[in-house]
Design a protein around this ligand. Sequence first.
Ligand code: ZN
Ligand code: FE
Length: 241
Amino acid sequence: MSNLKIEPILCRAGSMDNYAWLLIDEESGQSAVVDPSEAAPIINRCQELNVKPDYIFNTHHHYDHTDANLELKQLYGAKIVGGAADSKRIPGLDIALEDGDTFNLGESQAQIIRVDGHTIGHILWYFPEAKALFTGDTLFNLCIGGLFEGTAEMMFESLQKIKELPNDVNFYPGHEYTIHGIGFARYFNPHSQILKQYIENAENKLNQGKPAAPVTLGVEKQCNPYLQALSPASLKNLCSG
Ligand code: ZN
Ligand code: FE
């Protein structure tokens, strides 16, 4: 049985508003930090919780997801785990995983899903039993990551993989970008009651200083315009429009 505790840690607050996610497998006590971009807030939170992360899980190589890799590795002796296609680009990588590989954090098992688009070699960390999906810069609340290295066709394929996952999975993005997505989502789905409710919930949480995440994939599929694109061509239009 997996019992995975998930804690948000806001990094680069006010500039890039990254989230590092602290994962604690409660059966074994093993822990990991997803996408550590700034050491200080992570070290503080780990100290408060008396946790020494065993692993760092990266979704992709960008500095605003990996900048604290080496410092945390040195401090905690954490092993760094990321996508094989990023093995030359992720600082300090110890374990390289391919699409379809699994990785165990104690009793909690992750599946690796490769999603090219934002970068080539970006991965998602999917914990089926815990119903948790860490989406890095591929899927945000109400929007998606920019096409830095991949094409709209690649991103469309990647979003299809996300859409095939169960509706009751919660997703945890790499940035707090909800506010940026609201305008376009409203324009795209002007009469949607579920979107109206989504925005109210998100604004309430943000006003309390909490992340808008997590939202379930089932709700996100009904509200995020980029998940509603039915072809690579229409996704391309959304991305350039
Ligand atoms: Zn990125
Ligand atoms: Fe990023």
